[in-house]
Ligand binder design. Structure first.
Ligand SMILES: [Zn+2]
Ligand SMILES: [Zn+2]
Length: 275
């Protein structure tokens, strides 16, 4: 059965969300979404590394308020729209952060988790600092390789996750004209990442935020060739008007590669929805 899914969204419970959760859900329903995933930010590394001092806009999500309100809204929408109450956990390699995430998962039992790399050991890709050393722009492939190794490490975190978020995020803020990844140059690490996603039975996200769909098409095609069939779509909307953005484009790309279904994670199960 064909149903619309959008399993990566933020509201004002996240520091960078622009619309309330109530408004986001109303907009999603108006757009005919059948499965709507809320994935508020949890980026504990920001506060442990002190990165928030450089970005005072970054504040932690209040887990108690978020889950409490979201569970109520989930009930309100029962039978109308499947609201999935999830979280996007920013990866870092500090065990202190892993323990905090584990604790949060145990306390609130989110319906799904997006595992995302946003930062490089205390440096924020958004702030572009990882692209420079000593004031000089680094070699693009070196930056990409470092990022992909971080993504590979993130797949082995000691807490549960369902979706591997926006692979290729590093390219989004890269201060250069050509933001494409040369697949041949990075094939070994990308193959490792994609095979690990398949082995661990995780879902590879197609993320539609900003201009380009992530991951790029040839990386998705490699995933398919290696046997990967589980993909999700996420608008990564931070404002109601962006819910479902570029979904048609994402679906078309997935169909061209050969995918037939979208996977919707819910409490450890993956629901297959026809593309
Ligand atoms: Zn993210
Ligand atoms: Zn996000």
């Amino acid at each position: 059965m064909k149903m619309l899914t959008d399993i990566h969204n933020h509201s004002t419970f996240s520091f960078d969300g622009k619309n309330t959760l109530e408004d986001m859900l109303a907009a999603a329903q108006a757009k005919g979404v059948a499965f709507y995933g809320v994935s508020e930010h949890f980026d504990t590394d920001f506060f442990i590394y002190g990165m928030h001092k450089l970005r005072p806009d970054v504040t932690p999500t209040d887990a108690e308020s978020y889950f409490h309100r979201a569970r109520h809204l989930q009930d309100d929408y029962a039978g109308v729209m499947n609201v999935l109450v999830g979280a996007e956990l920013g990866y870092c390699n500090l065990s202190q952060v892993h323990e905090e995430y584990k604790q949060m998962l145990q306390t609130y039992k989110p319906d799904f988790i997006v595992n995302s790399v946003h930062n490089l050991h205390g440096e924020d890709y958004y702030m572009t600092t990882p692209y420079y050393r000593d004031g000089k722009l680094r070699d693009k492939d070196e930056v990409l390789d470092e990022y992909f190794r971080l993504v590979r490490d993130s797949l082995d975190v000691p807490y549960h996750y369902d979706i591997v978020g926006h692979v290729g995020y590093v390219t989004r803020y890269m201060p250069c004209e050509d933001k494409t990844v040369c697949l041949d140059t990075h094939k070994e690490i990308l193959t490792d990442i994609l095979q690990t996603i398949i082995q661990k039975d995780k879902i590879l996200e197609v993320n539609a935020a900003r201009d380009a769909l992530l991951p790029q098409k040839d990386i998705l095609a490699l995933y398919y060739k290696l046997g990967g069939r589980k993909v999700s779509y996420g608008s990564d909307a931070h404002v109601a008007t962006n819910i479902m953005q570029r979904r048609e484009k994402a679906v078309q790309m997935l169909k061209e590669i050969g995918f037939t279904h979208i996977s919707v994670p819910c409490r450890g199960e993956h629901i297959a929805v026809e593309l």
